[in-house]
Ligand binder design. Structure first.
Ligand SMILES: [Zn+2]
Length: 152
């Protein structure tokens, strides 16, 4: 049964109101194009009223820690990391990361979990390292509690 020629309530994009329309075309049984009986303009059928924003599913709501934890590698950090890696000569010294050690800006470190990293900023007891998965604050220059100490 065709709806063409029948009246249908639709949102008129010109009148900006829900108004009676006449069905002009159907596609696959769905109303495709209508004519506003008020202003006479022909336009696509938008449904009874403009699409309201759907309720965001709970797990997609912003501010939940889970969505932040699962967030993928920030492209900018990964690209910077690739650039740093490419500009590092193959004979560059790679230091094993240890929180008791001291590092300098520009040092290349190897972290057991995060892999290769490039030291970008150094403070007294922490440094910022660019890893492939992003920048991280790493502890440095901390004293071992038990072991006999070297000089800092
Ligand atoms: Zn209209």
């Amino acid at each position: 049964m065709s709806l063409v020629g029948k009246n249908i309530d639709a949102f008129c994009s010109r009148c900006r109101l829900q108004l009676a329309h006449i069905v002009l075309y159907e596609v696959g049984g769905a109303v495709h194009r209508v004519k506003c009986k008020t202003c006479g303009c022909e336009h696509r059928y938008h449904g009874p009223r403009p699409e309201k924003r759907r309720e965001v599913p709970a797990e997609r709501r912003p501010g939940r820690e889970t969505s932040r934890m699962l967030r993928p590698v920030r492209p900018v950090d990964a690209r910077q990391w690739e650039q740093r890696k490419a500009s590092t000569t193959s004979d560059a010294v790679v230091w094993d990361y240890k929180w008791t050690e001291n590092y300098e800006k520009g040092d290349v470190v190897a972290h057991p979990q995060f892999g290769r990293g490039f030291v970008e900023k150094v403070a007294t007891d922490s440094m910022e390292v660019l890893f492939r998965e992003g920048r991280k604050q790493m502890a440095i220059n901390r004293r071992p509690e038990m072991n006999g100490e070297d000089k800092a």
